[in-house]
Design a protein around this ligand. Structure first.
Ligand SMILES: [Cu+2]
Length: 131
């Protein structure tokens, strides 16, 4: 009686997936549905910088002049921040957190540090090259 259990969203997703992938087919018709490719797409022009004990990665961050966004990914076990010397905006993160800020800087090379006591001295220094 109640056989109408078609899920339109699933069909739509399947249709989109097929048209996007051309001739890709699954030979298994078990209906697993666990094939979604979810790449963590960085939004727009955001530049990812990792902070951990005690370094930034990369240590040289190159951006085009104009507005840009930094995503600070704290992969460490303690708090870190991303402070561009001479710029008021600070991205502060707790352990495991990601935070972002948008900058609009004149071309030039800026020094980036983590201002938490001892971190700069321990190696949390990077260059931000705006050009
Ligand atoms: Cu730090």
């Amino acid at each position: 009686m109640k056989k109408r259990s078609i899920i339109p969203a699933a069909l739509l997703a399947l249709t989109i997936g097929l048209s996007a992938c051309g001739e890709e087919r699954t030979s298994d018709d078990g209906g697993g549905g666990s094939d979604s490719t979810e790449a963590p797409a960085p939004s727009g022009d955001a530049i990812q910088v990792v902070a951990k004990e005690f370094a930034f990665d990369p240590t040289e961050i190159q951006v085009a002049a104009g507005e840009f966004t930094i995503d600070l990914v704290n992969q460490g076990a303690i708090e870190h921040n991303f402070t561009v010397e001479g710029v008021d905006t600070v991205i502060a993160t707790t352990a495991g957190q990601t935070a972002s800020a948008t900058y609009d800087l004149e071309p030039g090379t800026y020094r980036v540090i983590c201002t938490i006591a001892g971190h700069e001295a321990a190696g949390m220094v990077a260059s931000l090259v705006v050009g």
